[in-house]
Design a protein around this ligand. Structure first.
Ligand SMILES: Cc1ncc(COP(=O)(O)O)c(C=O)c1O
Length: 338
């Protein structure tokens, strides 16, 4: 990536990406017909109206639907647990997804599409669902075939996971290629600034976080212990009748809960399964924070939790997390089922 635009949050970064993407085409042709975005179901891109328009998170959109952008079209997410046809290979699954994107381009008219946006690992909306190998390249190829932009939202999963600032300072960023930058530089100016933006203290904190990660080789720890966390979660919880799927990457793992493991039927929303697990985990003797989410199965029904431990954790911490979280899950389901 050639240039970085710093801002204060993930939502701000998405808002900037929306306007910047449109401007790339406007600067080349003020009469451009490129006005549409393609995004995905069960996705989350932020709270502001533009970012929420891209989001496929039904519940978070609901109260504001009449206010959202009308030129955003959603296709299915990349969720093998719920979408893979029995016996379908990764390559066939990816080809099906790329065909769906291409069909949407053709339906809208390829010359009307600004770009396609996706989370490489879906966060809040699906619970740590990584993309299937080959998916990103296939989707990018469709975008480029029609001259549209391919936009990745790594706000939750990027930079080893916790973003630029590691939680120490609010910061967001849009990274653009040389090609996109050249269009903006030669033909116009990206007039999208807030009174207080790109503050030195934010940038200093983000740089320091990146230095600590690099010098401590922490992304190696994330990969190694992330793999171990996945293995341990699957070993301890994989056969639980109400655990439908355990998936993730690095230190970013999700557990999806189902009423029936065979049919993948979700629980009744009134049971508040994910919230129950989160609230139980917070209490003694567990004392653990997890991120709870709903809508996992179809945008409305379904429950998941996400685990996102710190990069500095050790093997014994992984063992502790798995022990505690499995005890919480068993405890909550004993109450729900009885
Ligand atoms: C994928 C993704 N995009 C955008 C956002 C919005 O970021 P922020 O909450 O910093 O505005 C989030 C927040 O969780 C996110 O997960």
């Amino acid at each position: 990536m050639a240039k970085v635009y710093l801002c204060g949050s993930g939502s701000e970064a998405i808002e900037a990406a929306i306007k910047l993407s449109r401007q790339v085409f406007f600067e080349q042709d003020p009469q451009t017909r490129r006005v549409n975005f393609i995004a995905r179901d069960t996705s989350y891109h932020g709270v502001t109206l533009g970012a929420l328009s891209l989001s496929g998170h039904i519940e978070r959109r609901a109260p504001y639907r009449p206010l959202l952008m009308k030129n955003v079209y959603h296709i299915s997410s990349c969720n093998p647990y719920r979408q893979r046809i029995e016996g379908e290979s990764d390559a066939a699954f990816v080809a099906r997804k790329a065909a769906e994107l291409e069909a949407k381009f053709l339906e809208l008219g390829p010359e009307t599409v600004i770009g396609f946006i996706a989370e490489p690992v879906v966060g809040a909306a699906l619970g740590c669902v990584p993309h299937v190998p080959g998916y990103l390249k296939a989707m990018r190829d469709v975008c480029h075939k029609y001259g549209a932009l391919f936009i990745l939202d790594e706000i939750m999963c990027g930079m080893g996971r916790t973003g630029l600032g590691g939680g120490y300072q609010p910061i967001g960023a849009v990274l653009i290629t040389e090609k996109v930058f050249n269009v903006l530089q030669k033909r116009g100016r990206f007039v999208h600034a807030q009174t207080y933006q790109s503050m030195p203290i934010q940038a200093t904190a983000a740089l320091e976080v990146q230095r600590v990660i690099r010098e401590g080789n922490l992304t190696d720890n994330v990969s190694k212990l992330g793999e171990y966390l996945g293995i341990r979660l699957k070993a301890v919880l994989g056969n639980h009748p109400n655990v439908g799927d355990i998936r993730g990457q690095g230190l970013f793992w999700g557990i999806e809960f189902v009423k029936d493991n065979l049919t993948k039927e979700p629980f009744d929303r009134k049971l508040d399964v994910a919230e129950n697990i989160k609230n139980t985990a917070l209490l003694p003797p567990y004392n653990m924070t997890v991120y709870a989410g709903t809508g996992t199965a179809d945008g409305v029904n379904g429950d998941h939790i996400m685990l996102a431990p710190p990069y500095i954790l050790k093997k014994k911490d992984v063992d502790h997390i798995v022990k505690v979280i499995s005890a919480v899950i068993k405890d909550v389901f004993k109450k729900i089922i009885s």
